[in-house]
Design a protein around this ligand. Structure first.
Ligand code: 4AD
Ligand code: MG
Length: 431
């Protein structure tokens, strides 16, 4: 067996004999010469097959190679400024590993077609670039909290309660019971915080979103943290530090991928902490004064209002103190302004919407029961959650970050569906 190098390693070697393997990304040729651009997970490289080098018979094989066939190549590498990645391999010998039929994906296909073909489109350079950036985002979140002495935690996916509203629950038949796919780890994190004190997770979450938007998935990944002995101000510092760290990591590790997805790296370099901080009430003021949008105090901000607000910022904005009445039951009233809650959302610029939602957690069982009843929930079903308040409660706070929202923003994607390998939405669960 030859010792195969990745394309990146072969280019680092720069000269002499190399063996590589990969997929045909581009091909063209004449009756004497065949140019193949191969790709692997690391890069692309031009390979030249000459009839007079490989012989008539082998050249006839080369001539039939179609895009996306997998091949192994042995030859000599050298720099070649005219080649797509600056290097070229003069092929001495090659083998077709997997032939390829005429590839169904050609130039300029519709987004829906590419989603139908996602099992093939996933190998495109664009998807590869996005998935590498997604990898950096997830690692950065994890590393940020590991470096700050947090523990990675594994919450259950099958859960008996709602946490983010009953209308978006996915039901699961669980033996003779009916339970739900997780909307968030939160209640389990709040239980564990009395042991581990600082914890995080990155987990799939499920919401039966009935709206067809470019921001909502039915299955998405949420990165969440929960910490004991802190309130909203410390939570905000943590969110801000983590987002700035994620962007810095992508800027450092993925300049090539950012180029492929068409994102301006200079724009991302400016995303540094501190971020602007406003209250919901101040957001309404900006909307009224600068956008002429009159929103009644107490109404949630809709997509159009979030977008209008973000016309005035080029960095993520931290919005706190939304009206208590419209918030989830676990978000406590702010003692300084009790009609608002000690909660925070982070809105991304350029219309990417809410990337983070979090809050200090209410410790007052009676107050929470009242708001659960408002939501039509039986508070008896939450007794186990209230136990965390009855047996040695401590102040604590946490947040969740939508991985796909962050990836869509950082990669400047048109649609959140491209930020996840195999998207699930109201209208799509295949392939
Ligand atoms: O604001 P949400 O609903 O907050 C919670 O679930 C809290 N329990 C989190 C916590 O405090 N631990 O969701 C958090 C984030 C949103 O800001 C958004 O970025 C993302 O999750 N998100 C979605 N992303 C894609 N598709 C959906 N349907 C999403 N729903 C929420
Ligand atoms: Mg939210």
């Amino acid at each position: 067996m030859a010792n195969y190098l990745s394309i990146k390693e072969a280019m680092q070697q720069g000269n002499g004999s190399v063996s590589i393997h990969g997929w045909v990304w581009r091909e063209r040729g004449s009756n004497q010469l065949k140019f193949l651009v191969l790709r692997d997970s690391t890069n692309i490289i031009q390979c030249v097959i000459e009839k007079k080098v490989v012989g008539e018979e082998k050249f006839a094989v080369a001539d039939k190679i179609q895009i996306e066939a997998s091949i192994e190549v042995h030859g000599t590498i050298k720099t070649e400024p005219r080649a797509p990645s600056g290097f070229e391999i003069a092929v001495k010998d090659f083998n077709v590993v997997g032939e390829c039929d005429t590839y169904p994906i050609t130039k300029d296909q519709s987004p829906e077609f590419l989603l139908d073909m996602r099992h093939l489109w996933i190998r495109s350079r664009k998807m590869q670039a996005i998935l590498k950036i997604r990898n950096t985002v997830m690692q950065a979140f994890r590393n940020f909290y590991l470096q700050n002495s947090f523990f990675e935690f594994s919450p259950p996916i099958l859960q008996p309660n709602q946490s983010e509203g009953g209308s978006t629950l996915f039901e699961v038949k669980y033996y003779n019971d009916k339970i739900f796919l997780t909307q968030s780890w939160q209640f389990y994190a709040e239980a564990a915080v009395s042991g581990l004190e600082r914890l995080f997770c990155i987990s799939p979450c499920f919401r039966a979103e009935k709206s067809k938007t470019s921001r909502h998935l039915s299955e998405f990944w949420m990165a969440e943290m929960e910490q004991a002995w802190i309130g909203l101000p410390e939570l905000i510092d943590s969110i801000e530090g983590c987002i700035a760290f994620i962007v810095k990591e992508v800027v450092e590790k993925n300049p090539e991928e950012l180029k492929i997805v068409g994102q301006d790296i200079e724009k991302l370099k400016k995303i540094t902490a501190p971020f602007p901080k406003i209250t919901y009430t101040e957001a309404l003021k900006i909307l009224k004064e600068k956008e002429g949008m009159e929103i009644e105090w107490g109404k949630d901000l809709r997509t159009i209002e979030e977008d209008a607000l973000m016309n005035h910022f080029d960095r993520p904005v931290i919005v706190t103190n939304y009206p208590k009445e419209i918030m989830a039951f676990y978000k406590p009233a702010d003692p300084k302004d009790p009609k608002t809650a000690l909660c925070v959302d982070v809105l991304a610029p350029e219309g990417y919407g809410e990337i983070v939602g979090g809050s200090q957690r209410d410790l007052d069982v009676e107050a929470m029961k009242k708001f659960l009843e408002r939501d039509g929930e039986k508070s008896d079903n939450y007794q186990w959650y209230f136990d965390t308040r009855i047996y040695g409660k401590v102040p604590h706070a946490g947040y969740g970050m939508g991985i796909e929202r962050v990836v869509a923003w950082i990669c400047h994607l048109d649609n959140i569906k491209d930020a996840i390998p195999f998207p699930r939405t109201m209208l799509r669960f295949r392939p």
